[in-house]
Design a protein around this ligand. Structure first.
Ligand SMILES: [Zn+2]
Length: 499
């Protein structure tokens, strides 16, 4: 146990540091918005709780908490029924907070709302994050402290790496909720109006790398026990109803392109045209390469949508909606990859969804780049595949990995080099042996012969399709590679009719 001395704080602050957790804290309803318009975190922002047993992340789904992720322009969000507004402060200085945003947040605080500012910048804050923090009397201290943090009652919490420290303006009465070994504040809160402003270093939220463990049924974010009371305290100035459907709160701006939409914010509006330009170049290349029209957004009134995500990382595909990193010089790579994930639907590729997305993404990245004379893109597109394949074949376990008969969980121990790379090796072999358009033939057959609904598309079915696309029986080829494909287990109606 550790006693907090709070030596960096004034006596006045010490007097004020009495917890204001309401008596019936467990019954308190929290309606939370996670603003990810300046910093998108795939981990923090993930929306669907059901895919993780209903207990995903920081939200206690069984205990009156609900949340949405939002990429809206802050000043336009209706915060009437919200009592916890989490802002992930972004490190990219292209996306500026506006005076309107601050006025909107201050009005919300006056009415009792809870504002939770999370500094996501690891080393130093960006000018726009710094400006917003300054509005609330906080700076990120230059020093960082190693590893350990302690709650106000002395409990120690584990974090993954270094801790960003807060420098608190002592014109306000702060209550320090977590501090490092030397009592420097890591999380602190104060009152404003009827509401509360809480500021946190991102460090307590950082995922502790557990390779695959995050998919456990009862998975919680790191430091859940520390954060829950802090969330409740921050939201305690305002009572909200449970019945509010957070999905009805408008979240972003939409540019309608007819066959698809782009979703963005006021902050990222200047990026939309750049993305559209690249989209229009790569889309026809993808259509040619895949040999079939785009799957998502072409049925039952679905509109295909692209979200611009404030991340320098990759992207994500939810089928009829993809998210792509907005901080790129060129969007061919990310569009080619994420669009392929959506293109292969309604059935994912059982031999490796990532494999096909990497293959087609890289090939079309090179083709699109060639079309506009973008040498860098041509080079990246072509070397990505050769590098990955040569790494995969040399990796221990390449021969043993069987995507048909082993589980995804087993795949984790083989590693992505093998689970993605083995399929890259196979597709490359098919293209070299049977011609560049073999992928198009495969997907044409898949669209034509595999029932769109009520059908479980397996690896055995996929190998049968590859046999048809190449005009040769490929079951032996896969078996020689250690993948026990079985013709007797193929369930595609056309295959059953043949046998
Ligand atoms: Zn992918």
């Amino acid at each position: 146990m550790k006693i907090l001395l709070k030596k960096c704080l004034s006596a006045l602050m010490l007097l004020s540091s009495v917890a204001v957790i309401p008596a019936k804290a467990s019954e308190q309803q929290i309606n939370m918005i996670n603003d990810v318009s300046h910093h998108y975190s795939f981990f923090y922002a993930w929306k669907n709780p059901n895919s993780f047993g209903g207990k995903y992340g920081y939200v206690d789904w069984n205990n009156n908490q609900q949340f949405i992720q939002s990429q809206a322009t802050i000043s336009t969000i209706n915060l009437t029924d919200i009592n916890l507004f989490n802002v992930l402060l972004g490190a990219n200085q292209d996306l500026l907070y506006t005076a309107k945003d601050v006025a909107h947040l201050n009005k919300y605080l006056t009415a009792g709302g809870g504002l939770f500012l999370v500094n996501t910048a690891i080393m130093q804050e960006s000018p726009n994050a710094r400006a917003l923090l300054q509005e609330y009397g906080v700076a990120i201290a230059k020093e960082m402290s190693n590893g350990r943090i302690f709650s106000a009652d002395g409990e120690e919490y584990e974090i993954s790496k270094q801790v960003n420290l807060l420098a608190l303006d002592d014109k306000y009465e702060w209550e320090v909720l977590a501090a490092d070994e030397s009592d420097n504040p890591v999380i602190a809160t104060r009152e404003q109006g009827k509401g509360h402003v809480t500021v946190s270093s991102f460090s307590p939220f950082k995922r502790i790398q557990t390779k695959g463990k995050q998919l456990a049924d009862d998975f919680r974010f790191p430091n859940y026990e520390l954060m829950q009371p802090i969330f409740k305290q921050t939201a305690s100035g305002k009572t909200v109803k449970k019945e509010i459907n957070l999905d009805s709160i408008p979240t972003d701006k939409v540019k309608d392109m007819g066959s698809f939409q782009i979703r963005y914010t006021d902050y990222s509006a200047h990026i939309v045209e750049k993305v559209l330009k690249d989209y229009n170049v790569i889309y026809p290349e993808l259509e040619k390469y895949m040999g079939v029209p785009m799957a998502a957004g072409h049925g039952e009134g679905e509109i295909f949508a692209i979200d611009l995500l404030a991340t320098g990382g990759g992207g994500v595909s939810y089928g009829k909606r993809i998210g792509i990193s907005m901080f790129k010089d060129n969007y061919f790579g990310i569009l080619g990859h994420e669009l392929t994930h959506s293109w292969v639907l309604p059935h994912g590729e059982p031999l490796s969804g990532e494999g096909i997305a990497i293959h087609v993404g890289s090939k079309t990245q090179a083709l699109a780049s060639k079309k506009i004379g973008y040498e860098k893109g041509v080079k990246i597109g072509s070397t990505t595949l050769t590098n990955r394949i040569s790494k995969a074949v040399k990796a221990e376990g390449f021969k043993q990995w069987d995507p048909i008969n082993m589980s995804a969980k087993e795949g984790i121990s083989f590693g992505k080099t093998i689970t993605h790379g083995k399929y890259l090796y196979i597709i490359d072999h098919f293209e070299t042996t049977y011609g560049e358009d073999v992928v198009a033939r495969y997907f044409q057959l898949k669209r034509k012969l595999v029932p769109a609904t009520e059908f479980n598309f397996t690896g055995h079915d996929s190998v049968w399709l590859w046999s048809k696309a190449t005009g040769e029986d490929q079951f032996t080829y896969f078996q020689k590679l250690g993948i026990a494909a079985d013709k007797a287990k193929v369930a595609i109606p056309a295959a059953l009719a043949e046998s």
